[in-house]
Write a protein that binds this ligand. Structure first.
Ligand code: NAD
Length: 236
């Protein structure tokens, strides 16, 4: 029997990048995979729900559709995230609010949409996607860093509240991972960060997907409120 047979896994932002790698990995392991994103990725056969996570009603509708299709939801990977980089002195209210709407309110919405299902079945795994910038800060990313920092506090608080229902809540903090989201970062900055990793390479989406899988699996059943750093040993 495959590891995630009879388990339904929702992955927000699962159409591309880290989320897509995770959707493929969970599917290989036998899970029913539900992708909540704007557009379906080409050639994928995951159950797709067109969702903007910053819209609560869309998250609730999608959760209903997943339960109708597969009977329940066991794992939520809050992976969708965006950047709108600018130095703080130049950052617009629109840039600030947009990132908070997706990266923070989106996690609130998606989690609210599934939490009662998990409480009732006395089983759940919630995995939040933080970032290395939550721990160190990053020039031009005050909006993004604040959301990723908040997700660590959110993770630890939910772990305390939901543990008694056998719901584990953890976070993954990726370093620099080769996906579209970092395309806006200048090459020399990426190079400099790569030099600062112990492993002397950038991460790939599968590196993070494997950490999601571990935190969703029975191998991590006594881990909650934790943050796993998937950053190649990046330090400053
Ligand atoms: N790539 C990195 O270096 C890195 C580092 C640290 C953290 N992260 C985090 O990892 C997660 C995945 O990042 P990625 O690099 O794969 O990004 P990506 O841009 O390649 O993919 C993000 C996915 O999220 C979807 N998405 C964006 N806004 C959405 C919304 N409102 N509703 C639903 N879906 C939405 C996009 O359509 C896309 O499919 C993000 O939370 C990101 O902040 C990435």
């Amino acid at each position: 029997m495959k590891k995630f047979e009879n388990k339904t896994v929702v992955i927000t932002g699962g159409a591309r990048g880290i989320g897509k790698a995770a959707a493929d990995l969970f599917q290989e392991e036998g899970a029913n995979v539900c992708v909540w994103d704007f557009t379906e990725s080409d050639g994928s056969n995951h159950f797709f729900c067109k969702v903007d996570v910053s819209d609560m009603a869309q998250c609730i509708e999608a959760a209903k559709a997943c339960v109708e299709k597969f009977g329940s939801i066991h794992v939520l990977v809050n992976n969708a995230g965006i950047t709108r980089d600018a130095l703080f002195a130049k950052m617009t209210e629109e840039q600030w609010n947009k990132v908070i709407d997706v990266n923070l309110n989106g996690v609130f919405n998606a989690t609210k949409a599934v939490v009662d299902i998990m409480i009732q079945q006395k089983y759940g795994r919630i995995i939040n996607t933080s970032s290395v910038v939550a721990h160190y800060g990053n020039v031009g990313q005050a909006n993004y860093a604040v959301t990723k920092g908040a997700l660590i506090s959110f993770t630890k608080t939910l772990a305390k509240e939901l543990g008694k229902y056998n719901i584990n809540v953890n976070a993954v903090s990726p370093g620099f991972i080769a996906t579209d989201i970092i395309k806006t970062i200048p090459e020399q900055i990426i190079q400099a960060f790569t030099e600062r990793t112990s492993l002397k390479r950038m991460g790939n989406p599968e590196d993070v997907a494997k950490a999601y899988k571990f935190l969703a699996s029975e191998e991590s059943s006594y881990i909650t409120g934790s943050v796993i750093h998937v950053d190649g040993g990046l330090s400053f």
